[in-house]
Design a protein around this ligand. Structure first.
Ligand SMILES: Cc1cc2nc3c(=O)[nH]c(=O)nc-3n(C[C@H](O)[C@H](O)[C@H](O)COP(=O)(O)OP(=O)(O)OC[C@H]3O[C@@H](n4cnc5c(N)ncnc54)[C@H](O)[C@@H]3O)c2cc1C
Length: 555
């Protein structure tokens, strides 16, 4: 008798679905509580169940299998420049918007109250899980959230736009912002001739009626990358009389006509498939100057700083997702009569990855707390120095970890329907956009030169946290030596940034993680030779204890 199909399938792991992304992630729950958002636990628990549900993960799959398409014309030949998305994309956007991932940390601005302590940490916890549900849509969610920081430079514009940003709703209808209850924002900086070097921008802005902050201009030029082109408005850099300036450019005019924004084509990208990224031309688009004429970089940098935080958060989330899937697979899959998780060499590889994933989570949420820190000098210094450091290290570590985790899945890891190819294609983009690796390092050098007191404050605090732990103490010495070296030679910057990240991660794990985790991290990342591939370090650690902590709830 032929076997029934289901009986024929054995020694395969059960589907990775219906995992509560919050309660199954011990390191996340602890980080959220210690960094000031314990009050959000119940809400995050509910969101974790939703974001990790089979339904939501399937929406993520669909949104990527059916990428957006550009439609420039209607059937009669009229220009419409619309992007069509699969309904699943709108569904994941609506899920994240209902959770307030685009606005929750700024909601107090509408009431004029003080921000509740931990609002950024709570929002970041949601974003960390939202990225695991579907990473591509995090781009417009992040940009909408971050735009608030720049809009605050122009109180009149803030009054006009914030009530439609700070609402836990999503309205993708192609109507002018004036007619909508909720809006999203994009960002236009990168041009063909320069992305990092935005001073090379050639897009120009002419005042319509005298010009000045809050006044109207006509924008003419192009952008080589403009993600989420269906956003309701964009913060755009263009050359005005005083130099590079920041403008708010709505996509549609109040009467619903296109605002001179022509979508030329969508990028055919390695990953990030659910998210549309376009090339655009501005043909006399009307925009309003945000902040001072000629102060465009200083104005938009507040937005960029928040998107850098989100790159770090998203990278930590994707590392967690890859690790959880790999541990889950190894838990159920047997090879040579023994479960993979019990094979010493596999346990070593998985445990080694778990160390980076946990350090990434700890660093990401420590940084999020600094964003809750307001004017506090220590938190401001941490924010300034450790935003580029954390973005650098997490975004650089994530692709290697996701690649290794994919290999732990064997052939299933390489097959689209298992979900790993989506993660693998997505993960490198966080290192590229919002300031690539070298740009993060150059930013750290800028802090060293312009704000040495901020550097000293952070390093002194790391020094205090290291006292009594020889491996951390020698890492502090290495950081101090690299700080001097960087002053003479910028080529040392990557070493410095990596050393700072690992030192900060090590101090957090020493204080807050179980000894099995912190000991193994310090032994393999700070003492002796740095391992070159996962599992290759001289790890003599309690891999069982590390993996018991890292395992998702299905195991
Ligand atoms: C999927 C995707 C979506 C995007 N969406 C947007 C968007 O919505 N809006 C937007 O404005 N941009 C967007 N970008 C553009 C992105 O921000 C830029 O690609 C990025 O900032 C790098 O700029 P660039 O491509 O011009 O590369 P370049 O600036 O030419 O940099 C190339 C390389 O040189 C390095 N480098 C630069 N300067 C130095 C230096 N002084 N010393 C050493 N190394 C250096 C960089 O680190 C990088 O590795 C998007 C990009 C991608 C891939």
């Amino acid at each position: 008798m032929a076997p029934r199909p289901d009986e024929d399938v054995f020694n395969q792991s059960p589907p990775f679905a219906d995992v509560n992304l919050f309660t199954s992630d011990i390191a996340l729950g602890e980080a959220v509580a210690r960094e000031g958002a314990a009050w959000a636990r119940r809400e995050l628990d509910a969101f974790g169940a939703l974001a990790g549900s089979a339904t939501a993960l399937d929406l993520g799959r669909l949104a990527n299998e059916h990428p957006p398409r550009l439609r420039n014309f209607d059937p009669q030949g009229r220009r419409i420049d619309r992007v069509e998305f699969h309904p699943a994309y709108h569904d994941v956007m609506a899920i994240s918007a209902a959770q307030g991932l685009h606005c929750s940390s700024f909601e107090h601005l509408l009431t004029g109250e003080r921000a509740k302590a931990g609002v950024h940490v709570a929002r970041c916890a949601g974003s960390y899980m939202g990225a695991q549900m579907e990473p591509g849509h995090c781009c417009p969610i992040t940009m909408t959230h971050a735009a608030v920081a720049t809009l605050r430079h122009q109180p009149g514009l803030a009054r006009q736009w914030l009530p439609k940003i700070l609402v836990r709703d999503y309205d993708p209808s192609p109507r002018p912002a004036e007619a909508k209850r909720a809006v999203t924002f994009g960002m236009g900086m990168t041009e063909r001739q320069g992305g990092t070097d935005v001073r090379a921008n050639t897009t120009s802005a002419e005042p319509i009626d005298g010009g000045g902050p809050g006044k109207a201009y006509r924008i003419t030029g192009h952008k080589w990358f403009l993600s989420a082109p269906m956003s309701d408005a964009f913060l755009v850099l263009a050359q005005a009389k005083g130099g590079l300036s920041c403008f708010l450019v709505p996509r549609l005019r109040p009467d619903g006509a296109l605002n001179g924004l022509r979508l030329l084509r969508l990028k055919d990208k390695l990953g990030n498939r659910s998210n549309a990224s376009s090339e655009v031309e501005f043909d006399g688009a009307e925009g309003v100057l945000v902040g001072e004429d000629g102060r465009g970089i200083a104005t938009i940098i507040d937005m960029v700083t928040f998107t850098r935080l989100d790159c770090a958060i998203s990278s930590a989330g994707l590392m967690r997702q890859a690790l959880a899937r790999a541990v889950h697979h190894a838990w159920y899959r047997s090879v040579f009569q023994k479960r993979l998780i019990d094979q010493p060499l596999m346990a070593q590889v998985l445990a080694d990855m778990a160390l980076d994933a946990e350090a990434a989570t700890a660093l990401a949420f420590r940084l999020a707390r600094a964003f809750d820190g307001g004017d506090d000098a220590s938190e401001a210094a941490y924010r300034r120095l450790m935003t580029p450091v954390t973005k650098y290290w997490l975004c650089k570590t994530a692709p290697a970890l996701v690649g290794e985790a994919m290999e732990c899945m064997g052939g299933n890891g390489y097959v689209e329907e298992g979900g790993f190819p989506l993660l693998y294609r997505e993960v490198p983009v966080n290192a590229i956009w919002e300031g690539s690796g070298n740009v993060m390092c150059l930013d750290v050098l800028r802090v060293i030169e312009k704000e040495p007191e901020a550097v000293e404050r952070v390093v002194s605090e790391l020094e205090d946290a290291s006292r009594g732990e020889a491996r951390l103490e020698s890492a502090v010495e290495a950081v101090r030596a690299l700080l001097s070296e960087c002053a003479r030679d910028q080529r040392a910057a990557r070493s410095l940034v990596e050393q700072l990240a690992v030192l900060a991660g090590g101090t957090l794990l020493l204080r807050h993680a179980p000894q099995a985790v912190s000991d193994a991290f310090l032994a393999t990342r700070l003492a002796g030779r740095w391992h070159s591939t996962y599992g290759a370090g001289s790890i003599r650690s309690d891999t069982g204890a590390i993996l018991a902590r890292a395992a998702p709830s299905l195991c």
